[in-house]
Design a protein around this ligand. Structure first.
Ligand code: GCO
Length: 422
């Protein structure tokens, strides 16, 4: 089961997202994360909901802007909150899995230039390492598994190329710089945490989203080129850098050129997290700033997000990511389906694709469903309903969706098998 702080917690986040949400036209319907699911207060009840599903691990993120509201100033109550959350999870037999950066960082960090500003990048990464080291030391005895950064490629692409995430820029070169900066931050955090007490035995990894980009017209050389460039940007460059230690992205059509050796990146994965949702068909369009536009196909089963159901893609993605040679966890997979009329189908198909990859012998160690609750879906606001539990945002009531059934049954079957094997 997976979630992230800004999407569910509520409370006083002073991060670059809360600032972005104030700008008109940024979030669908002008919504803000606000109180979200009040998971901050309601976590004991939400843990009971995880237990009811039978899930044995919970991936969540810690909100840096709550923990370090001003540079160098620590909020002990916020740290205590996360300690209590981890302890309560463990008491319920659920393993806490902590993400250190899930899209948000404090507004003060953004104003310092974040991970992208070339001149201040090193100093800023050192600040992120400082935050990560602090929270790691506080929670270490309770947490065995850590995700450094969630989806660096999504942060880069949405924030700097498509402009749908903060800071809302549309600059391909800056997008490539951001991606390189985030990979550098991952490497720095990994190496720093490994040196801390408890670091050697902790499992620390990166969460990578794989989206497939395929040509819309299989006969059109321009569509192939667009798909290949998008793949390079979103998937290829990072996967290659994780293996070689060198981040190289050259897309002349977009004016992108970055070539950088990233210290400490090789060997920085105790595991790799895979977030997988779908595939995008691209059509060359020279008028678009990205030189390509996504196109839906009539034969696809759509979801509420512009992500068609494409289960085979999970199989493809698992094979692609296995090239890194690290144990794999599916750290996110799920469907936005308000009507709840495709969720069961989605879960069955994707779990089947997963089982095929396991049968091929891939080292897949776990699967986290996105998400426990309906929540704040970034630029889409609350319109996208990913929860196995439906949330009524006026009363904060949670209700299990019928479409969650196959997930519960799959857990039951796998626990049964575990029992027998023992
Ligand atoms: C992402 C994030 C999640 C999203 C989820 C659904 O993949 O964008 O990790 O925060 O909510 O993926 O889109």
């Amino acid at each position: 089961m997976a979630s992230s702080a800004h999407q569910v917690e509520g409370g006083c986040n002073n991060n670059q997202w809360s600032r972005f949400e104030e700008e008109p036209g940024r979030i669908r319907g002008g919504e803000r994360a606000g109180a979200a699911c009040e998971h901050w207060q309601r976590y004991p009840q939400d843990i009971a909901l995880i237990t009811a599903l039978g899930a044995r691990a919970y991936r969540f993120s810690v909100e840096w802007s709550k923990i370090e509201p001003r540079p160098g100033e620590w909020d002990e109550a916020a740290i205590e909150h996360y300690r209590a959350l981890c302890a309560a999870l463990r008491a319920a037999g659920i393993a806490p899995v902590v993400t250190l950066h899930h899209f948000t960082h404090p507004q003060w960090f953004e104003e310092m230039g974040g991970f992208v500003d070339q001149g201040r990048r090193e100093a800023n990464i050192a600040r992120f390492v400082g935050f990560a080291s602090r929270i790691f030391s506080e929670l270490d005895p309770l947490v065995a598994m850590w995700c450094t950064i969630n989806e660096p490629e999504v942060v880069a692409m949405e924030g700097y190329l498509r402009g749908t995430f903060p800071p809302g820029e549309r600059d391909p070169q800056r997008a490539a710089e951001a991606l390189a900066g985030l990979l550098q931050a991952h490497a720095a955090v990994y190496q720093a945490l490994k040196r801390l007490p408890g670091g050697a035995k902790a499992k620390i990894g990166l969460v990578k989203n794989i989206f497939h980009f395929d040509p819309q017209r299989r006969w059109h050389v321009g569509d192939w080129a667009a798909a290949r460039a998008a793949h390079r940007f979103f998937n290829g460059a990072a996967l290659e850098a994780l293996q070689s230690g060198r981040f190289k992205m050259r897309i002349p059509g977009l004016g992108v050129a970055v070539d950088r050796v990233i210290e400490g990146l090789v060997g920085s994965l105790d595991f790799i997290g895979l977030n997988y949702y779908s595939q995008i068909h691209l059509r060359l369009d020279l008028r678009a700033p990205e030189r390509a536009v996504p196109c839906a196909r009539p034969e696809d089963v759509p979801t509420d997000m512009p992500y068609a159901i494409y289960a085979e893609g999970l199989y493809r993605a698992l094979h692609q990511i296995s090239a890194l040679g690290a144990p794999i966890y599916v750290t996110e997979n799920g469907i936005a389906d308000k009507a709840d009329d495709r969720r069961a189908l989605f879960i069955r198909r994707y779990l089947y694709a997963l089982s095929r990859a396991v049968r091929d012998g891939l080292d897949v160690r776990g699967y986290f469903y996105w998400s426990l609750l309906d929540n704040f879906e970034w630029a889409e606001g609350f319109s996208m309903r990913f929860g196995l539990y439906e949330v009524d945002f006026t009363t904060q009531e949670r209700r299990l969706r019928a479409g969650a059934r196959p997930f519960i049954e799959a857990i039951r079957r796998s626990s049964g098998e575990g029992e027998r094997a023992r």
